[in-house]
Every structure is written in structure tokens, then in C-alpha cells.
Ligand binder design. Structure first.
Ligand SMILES: [Zn+2]
Length: 68
């Protein structure tokens, strides 16, 4: 299994302000660094750690709301 593969058991940090996300359950150095960068970039924003399956629901909701 590739580390970059998101599966339904993955957890992501989601920024509700920017609508961006980053995987959090990682153990390789590069991804931890990019997670640290993500957290710095979104400091002060409304972020939350959620399940990847919740993220999929959020993204689906955003896509459908764009049509309105
Ligand atoms: Zn943000």
C-alpha cells in the first residue's frame, strides 16, 4: 500500500476556511514536513481532523452546492 494512498480509514486535517486538506496519519518524513507546513499555513483558520470518509461527504456537498 502506498503512503500517498488515501483510504477510508485515513484521517485528514481539513481547513474549512480554505477548503483544503492534508492527510495526518503518516509516518514518512516528507509527509510530516508537509503536514507541519499545512498547519503553519492554516494557523488561525478553522481546521479540524476528520475521517477521510467525512471529507468525501464534505467535498461532495461542496460540489453539489456549486450547482445552486
Ligand atoms: Zn486555511
Amino acid at each position: 500500500m502506498s503512503l500517498s494512498d488515501l483510504n477510508l480509514e485515513s484521517r485528514v486535517r481539513y481547513c474549512f476556511t480554505c477548503r483544503e486538506h492534508h492527510i495526518v496519519n503518516v509516518n514518512d518524513y516528507k509527509t510530516i514536513q508537509s503536514l507541519n507546513f499545512f498547519e503553519k499555513e492554516h494557523r488561525g483558520h478553522r481546521t479540524q481532523v476528520i475521517d477521510y470518509k467525512e471529507l468525501k461527504i464534505i467535498l461532495a456537498t461542496q460540489q453539489s452546492s456549486k450547482k445552486w
